[in-house]
Design a protein around this ligand. Sequence first.
Ligand code: BEZ
Length: 211
Amino acid sequence: MALRLGDLAPNFTADTTEGQLDFHEYLGDGWGILFSHPADYTPVCTTELGAVAKLKEEFAKRNTKVLALSVDGIESHKGWISDINETQNTSVNFPIIGDEDKKVSELYDMIHPNSNESFTVRSVFVIGNDKKIKLIITYPASTGRNFDELLRVIDSLQLTANYSVATPANWKQGEDVVVSPAIKTEDIPAKFPKGHKVIKPYLRMTPQPDL
Ligand code: BEZ
């Protein structure tokens, strides 16, 4: 059965470029991002893994561990990492699963046979600190991901997990947020003392509450 938002992220053990790991232990009590790429020594994937390595500190600030996967083996990954470091001017600093037996790819439904019979597509799973799946996005092999967007989404997920708010279209850190429809307008001042605007009875905005 396909995984859906709110499902417990299935646990697994896997061989990675940094040794064997247990997924849930690796996440600890923080957040995580698990993402697949189609194959080693391919151009778009090379730029993607370089981009993620450069953003590792940004993920760490959000208490989010990074874990990549492809169906190539560990030795292949290790050789390719040298190329990524050289060409992307970085140092890959997170584990990459060598999923040759496709155990994890199948568990997370990362192979879409009508797209490609054997390669993983560009799946992204964001896992919350309760080990539940908070976000699923799937891109085709031909489109490299925007990892700044993934940081933005994690900001939204973490904010909305802690406050009764939602984030509007194109929201970024520091911008006003939407008060959850579950909050009555008369209860807003007590919950959101920074102020609020009632644009419509169903559209109430307030400054980002955690700043
Ligand atoms: C790439 O990473 O460049 C790529 C991988 C598989 C198919 C197309 C592009």
